[in-house]
Design a binder for this molecule. Structure first.
Ligand SMILES: N[C@@H](CCC[C@H](N)C(=O)O)C(=O)O
Length: 272
C-alpha cells in the first residue's frame, strides 16, 4: 500500500511528515516503523516523524483542528518539537489547511501552540518555561553543571567555553537519571555576545542534531535567567543548521521564531 509523505526541515532539524488526516493509514504510528523510516543508512533519514492528523481522529483535546503526532528517530514519543511544529505549520499552509494571514492553533502533547507567519519566518508561542535546579552532565570526559529547563520537554543546559568541548557527541552524554528519569535533551552553549549564544544539542531519541527548537528556548531561558535579564528580552541562538530567535515575553511566554522548508513530497511504498 502506498501513502503520502513529505520531507522538511527547520534549521536542518529534519523530519518525515506523514499526512494521515483521519488516522486511518498509520494506526498508532508504530515506533519500529518510525525508526526504520528515520534510519540514515537503511531508511529515508530524519531526526523525527510527524503524523499530520485531525485532533478528533486521535481523540486528543485541542482547540486546533490539526494535531502534531511527533516521534523521535528511535520511535520514542516526545511531547513537543519546536522546529518540527514550524515545518508542520508550513505544510498546513501550503496545502490550504490553515490560513497564514492570522494566527492559528496546532495541538501537541504539550498542549495547544499558536503559530504566526511573517513572510519566511514562523513564530510559535511555546508557553511558559519552567526553570528547576541544577544537575551535572558529562561528555568527552568533562563534567559541567547544567540548568534543568522544561520547555514542554526536558532539557539540561550546560554553558561551556567552546562548542568543541563536548567532543564528538556520538554517544549520549552522561546525565543525572534521578533528575531526568524520562531521558533528557542536552544543550552545550557558548556565549557569543549580549543576548547572543551558540549551541550544540544531543537530543533524546535522536542523537546530535543540527538544531532543536525546544532546546533553543531552554538555552535562551537559562541564559536570560543567569543574566538577570529584564523581560521582554530576545536572544539570538545560533545552531549548526542556522539561527533562531527566542523572545521571553512580559507575561512569561517563550516565542520561538525561525524558518521552515518543505523539500520533497510524494507517495511512498514502504517495502522493507
Ligand atoms: N528537535 C525538537 C525536539 C524533539 C523532541 C526531543 N528529542 C525530545 O525527545 O524531547 C525541537 O526542535 O524541539
Amino acid at each position: 500500500m502506498s501513502f503520502p509523505w513529505l520531507k522538511g526541515h527547520g534549521t536542518e532539524n529534519d523530519f518525515v511528515l506523514l499526512p494521515d488526516h483521519d488516522g486511518t493509514i498509520h494506526g498508532d504510528l508504530d515506533g519500529a516503523f518510525v525508526a526504520a523510516l528515520c534510519h540514515r543508512r537503511r531508511g529515508i533519514g530524519a531526526d523525527g516523524v510527524m503524523r499530520v492528523v485531525r485532533t478528533q481522529a486521535l481523540g486528543e483535546q485541542s482547540a486546533g483542528e490539526w494535531f502534531m503526532d511527533y516521534k523521535n528517530a528511535d520511535g520514542s514519543v516526545s511531547e513537543m518539537c519546536g522546529n518540527g511544529i514550524r515545518v508542520f505549520a508550513l505544510h498546513l499552509v501550503q496545502e490550504g489547511l490553515a490560513d497564514p494571514s492570522q494566527p492559528f492553533v496546532v495541538g501537541t502533547r504539550d498542549g495547544d501552540k499558536t503559530i504566526t507567519f511573517d513572510r519566511d519566518q514562523i513564530s510559535v508561542d511555546m508557553g511558559k518555561p519552567e526553570l528547576r535546579g541544577v544537575s551535572k552532565v558529562t561528555a568527552d570526559g568533562r563534567t559541567w553543571e547544567a540548568q534543568d529547563v522544561r520547555t514542554g520537554n526536558p532539557h539540561a543546559v550546560a554553558f561551556v567555553e567552546r562548542l568543541t568541548d563536548a567532543g564528538s557527541l556520538l554517544v549520549e552524554p552522561d546525565y543525572d537519571k534521578t533528575t531526568y528519569p524520562e531521558g533528557v535533551n542536552i544543550e552545550f552553549v557558548v556565549r557569543e555576545g549580549a543576548q547572543h549564544v551558540s549551541m550544540r544539542v544531543h537530543e533524546r531519541g535522536s542523537g546530535e542534531t543540527r538544531s532543536c527548537g525546544t532546546g533553543a528556548c531552554a538555552v535562551a531561558a537559562a541564559a536570560a535567567h543567569s543574566d538577570g535579564a529584564a523581560r521582554p528580552v530576545t536572544y539570538r541562538v545560533d545552531v549548526p543548521g542556522g539561527t533562531v530567535h527566542v523572545t521571553w515575553t512580559d507575561d512569561d511566554h517563550l516565542i520561538l521564531t525561525g524558518p521552515a522548508e518543505i523539500v520533497a513530497r510524494g507517495d511512498m511504498e514502504w517495502i522493507a
